[in-house]
Design a protein around this ligand. Structure first.
Ligand code: ADP
Length: 455
């Protein structure tokens, strides 16, 4: 049987509260019990001292105790439950609360009297006047019965207080445990519901959790991120399928119609006709190669062969290679590269990155366009920029251009022959170097690609 998290948390909370209170009660009960008897004995000794001091103050060496004095001593005797006997030095009895003894007996009851716990004890104090001993004061009491009844009363009160405390604490525990377990379980329920919605294909589902619990907030963020990523992947997958269909259909339809024309003898099998077949097949091969590259990209982690070299020089060399190609396309390639900036990178992979960026800049430029290749150093980074004033990328396409096989409609309609994997490879290489690549662009105005590499 599975129990809900809320129930489990509440139970655990309640159990912890209950066990803590019971342990605390037992320990305090035991300790108080232990200390209480000695406390009572001390209290009793103080009372006896007080009574004997009072008796001494009432005593007169010539007249003994006045009637008023005796009354007062009697009052004390009954108030403090003491048997009081006062003897002079010659043995004559000056005062006795004799009548109190049987009274105390009846008070304690027969059970108490017979019990071994109930012991009669007498303490002796001296009767003094002006520091001269004039007799003895005997103070008698039923010790253990006296103590235990008081202690019992105290312990009972204490136990009642503990029971009341347990009851109140449990009520609070119930309220707090319900509150806290709800705080934890309701976001989890929300997250689970969202995950289930995503599982059944509703990729727009989002967690609406506003928990202050760190882990829950992270979990909900992760689920939302997962949903967003799946949505993006879904979009890419759809786009990829339609792209592939589109890219394959054109050369295949061309080939088919050309072969039909040959069969119908509309066309003669000239070199030109075969050349057009060749070109279409070439396009197909390129496409398939693109797919193959993507597959490789998926399975191999890029291994880098890093060396230290003059990056300024390397970029200038690459630019020199591109210059004639740019010229042929009616474009200008401008450089802003300071000398002698060295870097520790994989030189071949860097070349691949620059080839991708510079050929994209060329492919997606307008006539008489301008491309700027810039290199500079920041505090901890080497920055390479490729900026063009070409066709640009729409806001809708910009987040996807680094995804495999993604091509914007604008660039596809230009029939540039790209397969949409150049930027994916570029990004992988830059990230393998511990750097990052970012694109900024405006449709119709141009694009800027910024590569940041650690120094
Ligand atoms: P492709 O082979 O299609 O050029 P890439 O991965 O290199 O593939 O680029 C992906 C897409 O990004 C391109 O199809 C194009 O839509 C867009 N893109 C890349 N670079 C530029 C650029 N400099 N200007 C405009 N669009 C660009």
């Amino acid at each position: 049987m599975k129990i809900s998290l809320a129930k489990k948390l509440s139970l655990a909370f309640l159990l912890t509260a209950f066990i803590s209170i019971v342990i605390a009660s037992l320990i305090s009960n035991y300790m108080i019990d232990k200390k209480f008897d000695s406390y009572l004995i001390n209290e009793h000794k103080l009372t006896e001292n007080k009574v004997s001091t009072m008796i001494n103050s009432l005593y007169d060496e010539k007249t003994g105790f006045s009637e008023n004095g005796k009354d007062e001593i009697s009052r004390y005797s009954s108030a403090e439950e003491l048997y009081i006997e006062i003897k002079a030095s010659n043995g004559s009895i000056l005062f006795t609360s004799n009548n109190l003894k049987p009274q105390m007996h009846s008070m304690m009851g027969a059970m108490m009297h017979n019990s071994t716990a109930s012991q009669y004890t007498e303490d002796t104090y001296s009767l003094e006047k002006h520091n001269k001993k004039a007799g003895t004061i005997i103070l008698g009491y039923y010790s253990s019965s006296y103590f235990s009844s008081a202690a019992e009363g105290f312990i009972t009160t204490l136990n009642h207080s503990f029971l009341l405390a347990i009851f109140i604490a449990l009520i609070f525990s119930v309220i707090i445990s319900i509150f806290f377990s709800r705080q934890i379980s309701s976001p989890l329920i929300n997250i689970t519901e969202t995950a289930n919605k995503i599982r059944t294909g509703n990729l727009n589902a989002k967690c609406s959790v506003k928990s202050k619990t760190k882990e829950l907030a992270y979990l909900s963020e992760s689920i939302n991120y997962l949903g967003a990523t799946l949505k993006k992947q879904e979009l890419i997958r759809k786009r990829l399928t339609s792209d592939m269909a589109h890219e394959l259909r054109t050369p295949l339809t061309n080939l088919k119609s050309h072969i039909e024309a040959l069969l119908d003898k509309i066309w003669q099998p000239t070199d030109e006709v075969f050349m057009s077949f060749y070109e279409e097949i070439e396009r197909l091969i390129k496409l398939v190669k693109g797919l193959n590259d993507i597959a490789k990209l998926e399975e191999v982690n890029i291994t880098l062969n890093k060396t230290t070299f003059d990056l300024s020089l390397e970029l200038k060399k690459i630019a020199a290679f591109f210059e004639p190609v740019y010229k042929n396309s009616g474009l200008i390639l401008k450089l802003d590269i300071p000398s002698r900036i060295t870097a520790f990178l994989d030189r071949d992979k860097l070349k691949q990155v620059m080839y991708n960026l510079l050929s994209n800049a060329r492919k997606y430029s307008k006539n008489n366009g301008e491309v700027l290749l810039k290199l500079y150093l920041a505090e901890k980074e080497i920055i390479i920029e490729v900026k063009d004033n070409g066709i640009g990328i729409s806001e809708a396409d910009l987040p996807f251009i680094f995804e495999r096989l993604y091509r914007s409609d604008e660039s596809r309609s230009r029939n540039t022959g790209g397969a949409g994997i150049g930027l994916t490879i570029t990004k992988n290489i830059v990230e393998a170097h511990g750097g990052n690549i970012e694109a900024k662009s405006k449709l119709g105005e141009g694009s800027l690609f910024v590569i940041r590499l650690p120094k």
